[in-house]
Design a protein around this ligand. Structure first.
Ligand code: SF4
Ligand code: SF4
Length: 348
């Protein structure tokens, strides 16, 4: 069959289709990023070719968040001679090839933070408005993934342009078209008709990935139990091991806090207002006039985890933990947010 390029179309394709999709994104002017295995870990970086893409279930060391929310950016520049303000907002054409369902849920959480409410963030919007997503469903769970507990994976059924699921024979993928742009990216591609068996394989593989997850966390009633567990002795136990390094917050795909400051060049002609990621785990985060409201490490650790598993539900109606497991992987003290949740709720 030949794909018509319509939203809602499905077919089975080989890996050679990835090259064509990548080329079409690049022809449209997108810088395309994907997860590539380097030095034993996955990193998101610009793709040279689709052959570089990692098919392993890994969201990568760092989440793709930096593409829509960079670690540091200039918001505007003030010319001290003329008094003119120059905005630094520029629309950016980026696409992500191989983003995982948990990271799409993290993106949707950030959309609510930056675009919800009365004052949408123009810097975030400039990167988010035109952001094609080619999603890979996860057909196996990583050791620290608990997306199936958090309801954010291993499969996705919304908010994708193209959705790709590896079937049971190497090199066969179920391709699902989720938008008009997704359709344009695959129009006229030669493909096999997707049969009922292919959908059955997809669902079985996703069910197996969820059932075989080695990390789990029961979320029923979790916010209330986390609130009631504020004084649980486990907080002391883990905070005694914690280095306060903030690795956990720096790799989290949903952390959104920032510090805003001015920077003037040596010639004193220009001042730039900048925004830079910041985290509740840093001592200076709680420094205000007259003192620090979160000086103790136990309070900073508890704030991080309570925000992910409790407070975010009250603020935004969803957990701001998507179960990606990155904070577990990168914690030098082996502190595990899923284990903490299980312990506080009494399941461990
Ligand atoms: S808290 Fe940890 S597991 Fe949850 S989304 Fe953030 S990095 Fe991933
Ligand atoms: S990564 Fe681990 S040791 Fe570092 S601040 Fe987070 S919980 Fe503490």
């Amino acid at each position: 069959m030949v794909l018509q390029g319509q939203a809602g179309e499905n077919a089975v394709v080989g890996r050679d289709a990835f090259d064509e999709i990548l080329a079409r994104l690049q022809e449209r002017g997108y810088a395309v990023y994907g997860t590539v295995n380097e030095k034993g870990t996955g990193i998101f970086r610009p793709l040279g070719g689709a052959g570089e893409l990692s098919l392993r279930c890994t969201g990568g060391t760092l989440p793709p968040k930096y593409l829509w929310y960079p670690p540091s950016e200039t918001m505007f520049t003030y010319d001290r001679q003329s008094g003119a303000l120059r905005s630094e907002i520029e629309p950016v054409k980026q696409a992500v090839f191989g983003i995982r369902p948990c990271d799409v849920h993290a993106l949707l959480a950030l959309d609510e933070v930056f675009l919800g409410g009365d004052y949408p963030d123009p810097y975030y919007r400039a990167r988010r408005e035109d952001l094609p997503l080619v999603v890979f469903n996860c057909v196996e769970s990583g050791d620290t993934c608990f997306c199936s507990s958090m309801g954010t994976g291993p499969g996705l059924d919304h908010d994708y342009d193209l959705l790709i699921t590896e079937l049971d024979r190497p090199g066969r993928f179920l391709l699902e078209v989720g938008s008009g742009l997704g359709g344009e990216l695959v129009r006229d591609l030669r493909a096999e008709v997707a049969r009922d068996e292919d959908y059955q394989v997809k669902h079985r593989r996703l069910e197996d990935a969820a059932a075989n997850a080695r990390t789990t966390l029961e979320t029923e009633d979790l916010p209330r139990l986390m609130s009631e567990g504020h004084g649980h002795p486990y907080w002391r136990e883990i905070s005694d091991k914690c280095f306060g390094c903030a690795n956990c917050t720096s790799v989290c795909p949903t952390c959104y806090c920032a510090d805003i400051f001015d920077e003037t060049d040596f010639s004193l002609t220009e001042t730039r207002r900048k925004r830079r990621w910041s985290w509740c785990f840093l001592m200076e985060f709680g420094a205000v006039h007259g003192g620090n409201f979160r000086e103790r490490r136990i309070d900073r650790l508890r704030q991080f985890m309570q925000h992910k598993l409790n407070f975010s539900v009250g603020q935004y109606g969803r957990f701001h933990c998507v179960g990606c497991g990155r904070c577990i992987v990168w914690c030098p003290a082996n502190i595990d947010i899923a284990q903490t949740g299980r312990t506080i709720r009494g399941d461990a």
